[in-house]
Design a protein around this ligand. Structure first.
Ligand code: ADP
Ligand code: MG
Length: 830
């Protein structure tokens, strides 16, 4: 036995190939043609002999003798014997999961219905159908180990239409849509056909009778000739083991088919409606015959099942994995010999068909889940025992919840940041989650980096030549694909010592510039000299260009608070490149910046440093004042408490009054004085702090301005010194029209709040609720509003009192009125 996977969770256990059993049943008659029909001694053979002279229509040279060997000839056989011979095995096999088909074929009146259904009025003459139902229920009783359900349906096919012979039952209701034959991996079924659960023999019989009655009624009311319709009674069996651990269950169906009369059209002499019916019947029966022939031919792989409703509906009941039996009903009379011959031919064709009966096994998903759950629980217990034997503390093997995952995420972050040395391994699930969180953190960081870059720069695809050339035209990138004014296309050039590697290029570029007749030609020349190849080599993977929104690259650098950051720009470039005033290769910006600070930018740098130190000093003072305020507040609280205590003591001891004046003791009096004094101190300190804050704000503004000025000046100086051709330099001499210090106003960007500001704000917020807290907060708000207004007005008007317009001073006038020295703390007051 082999196992064959038919579909998902649906298996059939294939057996060996088996031939279809074909029997012949002869209807008893007083006029039996003994000379023409002879039975073999084996009870399986039937021989036909046609007398030439009796049949005029038959030509002499035609065959006159036929011998058919079938699986049994049922002559004068009782219904009982017929059932035993034909159906019993098929039905009992169905209970084991094998599909079965029993079919009656033959001309009208030959006894098909008698064989299949039998005489409904006589129990003794009941046919295969009721007996099959009886056998099924008897076998169920004999199998207490299984829970077996039985369902039945009764289908009629008439003129290529499907009828549900059980649709009249009250609980079925009329079908809205016409029935259709549907195929799915499990087989063929009739959509819309009612299927009835029957728990006992009697119910099943009632259904059978109901169907029979409907068949008869329909033949009258609808003018249907029941002999011209096919009927299929199906018994569906489903057997589940009562042992719950057994997940498999079997299904099977027994199709009991009573075919329409097989007589030929010519013989019946039908006309009109009858003719149409006969044509149909013959057609569907001839399609059945074609299908049978195809099934009997081992070389055929296509079986024409779908040519008519009958074969389509029986698709999985003909051949395939079924046990199949055919009963050919014949008349034993001479006049019917021709039809008998045709019926026996059909039977012998059917005998050629082989089937491969197989068990229909399915898996009960619910039971499977239950069994797996049981197993899981058992394994968890095993694991717990194993853990305790291995001296491991209780390990949770359940799926992780959000909190646990968040904890792992934090561990991974700490691990990456270096604050966590190692992540302990707990179990497989945890290891998987750690890896998972690594991926999460990595992708988040990638996104962060990218969005930071995007906020600062416009990223251009390295291969997007059109955009690169557009940017070049706009003057944002030089011929080498670098930012204008940036030695290495990497911002300010921090720590990038690529001068040596790029020196050749730069020199070449300088040379080209010098050869140009005019400065305006420089850009053109440069851009036109760029080839795609050059770009490929020189542009980094993504090109960085300053985005107008956030100022230029230098601003990013300059947001650094500490003066030292600017003053100690890393200079890993060789020192000797510094000093010559005009190098063939320009020094890196950090190096040049040092130079600039000592040289042309010394005055600005001095003021910048001065402002910076004033700012730092004020900040320090503000911090100290805040600390003092906190101390005073604490003292106030303590004094208040002591006073309160004294007061309650006095109230308890009884109050003394002298001429309407309250007498209090000295201690209490001193406390009151102390409190008064403290409050005064508090207010004074507070006023100081407020002044300091205003001053800090103003200083900050100055520092920012200085810093900006320092860099702008440096930039101008740098370009002038290293990039502007000598002829152009001449034009920049004092008195000429071009002033290199001209910087567009739009580039003077407002500098955002830095950490120090935030710290100051935080200090303000953290101030304890003092005696004058309301007025304090009011004042704070007012001050803030005022500061904002001043700040805005400064920004708004380039001609404003403290606004520094770099464009109005040439570098040669540096250190002039544009640079403001901080005044003392009287700014911003009222
Ligand atoms: P079919 O369904 O093939 O048209 P039926 O089963 O209706 O033929 O049979 C026609 C008549 O012959 C019925 O009255 C039936 O009782 C009777 N008949 C058929 N076969 C037998 C039989 N083996 N024994 C007794 N009566 C039979
Ligand atoms: Mg019939």
């Amino acid at each position: 036995m082999t196992r064959h996977k038919n579909s998902n969770k649906h298996f059939t256990r294939m057996g060996t190939r088996k031939k279809v059993h074909a029997f012949v049943r002869v209807r008893p008659t007083d006029d039996f043609a003994h000379e023409m029909i002879r039975y073999g001694d084996d009870n399986k053979t039937i021989n036909l002999h046609l007398k030439k002279d009796t049949r005029r229509g038959v030509v002499n040279n035609q065959q006159t003798d036929w011998s058919f060997k079938l699986d049994g000839v049922l002559h004068d056989a009782s219904q009982d014997l017929v059932y035993e011979t034909v159906a019993k095995d098929v039905v009992s096999q169905a209970l084991n999961g094998y599909n079965g088909t029993i079919m009656c074929y033959g001309q009208t009146g030959a006894g098909k219905t008698y064989t299949m259904t039998g005489a409904t009025e006589n129990y003794k003459h009941r046919g295969i159908l009721p007996r099959a139902l009886q056998q099924v229920f008897r076998m169920i009783e004999e199998r207490p180990t299984h829970a077996i359900t039985v369902r039945v349906s009764y289908l009629e096919i008439y003129n290529e239409s499907l009828y549900d012979l059980l649709s009249t039952l009250p609980y079925v209701g009329p079908s809205v849509t016409p029935m259709t034959i549907v195929e799915n991996p499990q087989g063929v079924f009739i959509k819309g056909l009612s299927v009835h659960l029957t728990s006992q023999e009697e119910d099943a019989f009632s259904l059978l009778f109901e169907g029979e009655t409907n068949r008869i009624i329909a033949s009258h009311t609808m003018n249907k000739n029941s002999s011209r319709s096919h009927s299929i009674f199906t018994i569906y069996v489903e057997a589940h083991s009562r042992t719950l651990s057994d997940e498999k269950y079997i299904t099977s169906k027994i199709n009991l088919v009573d075919l329409a009369g097989s007589e030929r059209l010519g013989k019946s002499g039908s006309e009109g409606r009858v003719l149409k019916e006969a044509t149909y019947i013959n057609k569907s029966l001839s399609f059945l015959e074609q299908a049978i022939i195809a099934l009997g031919d081992q070389k055929r792989d296509h079986i024409p099942f779908r040519q008519c409703k009958l074969t389509h509906a029986l698709k999985d009941s003909l051949g395939g994995n079924c046990n199949m039996v055919l009963v050919t009903n014949i008349y034993g009379e001479a006049t019917q010999l021709e039809e008998t011959l045709s019926s026996l031919r059909f039977a012998s064709r059917m005998k050629l068909v082989t089937t491969e009966p197989a068990i229909n096994e399915k898996y009960d998903a619910e039971r499977m889940v239950k069994n797996l759950e049981k197993e899981l629980a058992l394994l968890k217990q095993e694991l717990a025992i194993h853990d305790s034997l291995a001296n491991r503390t209780h390990v949770n093997y359940d799926a992780m919840d959000e909190i646990q995952i968040a904890e792992i995420n934090s561990q991974v972050r700490r691990y990456l940041a270096g604050t966590l040395d190692e992540i302990d391994i707990i179990n497989l699930r945890q290891i998987q989650e750690v890896f998972n969180q690594f991926r999460v953190v990595l992708s988040q960081q990638e996104q962060e980096v990218e969005s930071n870059l995007r906020r600062k720069y416009t990223l251009i695809d390295k291969n997007d030549f059109a955009t690169i050339s557009a940017v070049q035209k706009a003057g944002l990138v030089d011929a080498d694909g670098h930012l204008v004014g940036e030695p290495d296309g990497q911002g300010f050039g921090f720590g990038v010592a690529s001068l040596t590697t790029k020196a050749g290029k730069k020199l070449k570029s300088r040379k080209t510039v010098k050869e140009q007749p005019s400065s305006s030609a420089r850009k053109e020349g440069a851009s036109s000299s760029v080839s795609g190849k050059d770009l490929d080599i020189l542009t980094s993977k993504t090109q960085l260009t300053p985005s107008s929104k956030d100022g230029d690259v230098k601003d990013m650098l300059l947001r650094d608070r500490e003066t030292s950051t600017i003053e100690t720009l890393p200079s890993d470039s060789p020192k000797e490149e510094l000093h010559p005033p005009r190098l063939s290769t320009p020094p890196s910006k950090p190096v040049a910046f040092e130079d600039f600070k000592n040289e042309r930018g010394s005055e600005i740098n001095r003021i910048f440093k001065e402002n910076k130190s004033i700012l730092n000093e004020r900040r320090k003072r503000a911090s100290e004042t805040t600390q003092r305020i906190n101390a005073i507040k604490k003292e106030i609280d303590i004094t208040k408490e002591a006073l309160h205590f004294q007061k309650s003591l006095r109230e308890k001891q009884g109050e003394y009054e002298n001429k309407g004046l309250m007498i209090i003791d000295e201690e209490e009096f001193l406390l009151i004085l102390k409190l008064k004094d403290l409050k005064k101190q508090y207010r004074t300190e507070y006023q100081d702090l407020r002044d300091l804050r205003a001053e800090i704000q103003y200083c900050q503004h100055l520092v920012d301005q200085c810093r900006h000025r320092l860099l702008t000046e440096f930039d101008v100086w740098y370009n002038e010194s290293f990039f502007i051709p000598e002829d152009v330099q001449a034009a920049l001499k004092p008195g000429s029209s071009i002033r290199p210090g001209m910087v567009p106003v739009s580039r003077i960007v407002s500098l955002g709040e830095d950490d120090q500001d935030k710290f100051s704000q935080l200090q303000q917020m953290m101030l304890p609720e003092g005696p004058d807290s309301i007025s304090f907060y009011n004042a704070k708000v007012k001050t803030e509003q005022k500061v904002t207004r001043v700040h805005v007005s400064r920004k708004a008007g380039p001609q404003g009192p403290h606004y520094w317009d770099p464009g109005s001073h040439s570098p040669r006038q540096r250190g002039g009125r544009g640079l403001c020295q901080p005044r003392e703390s009287q700014h911003h007051q009222s």
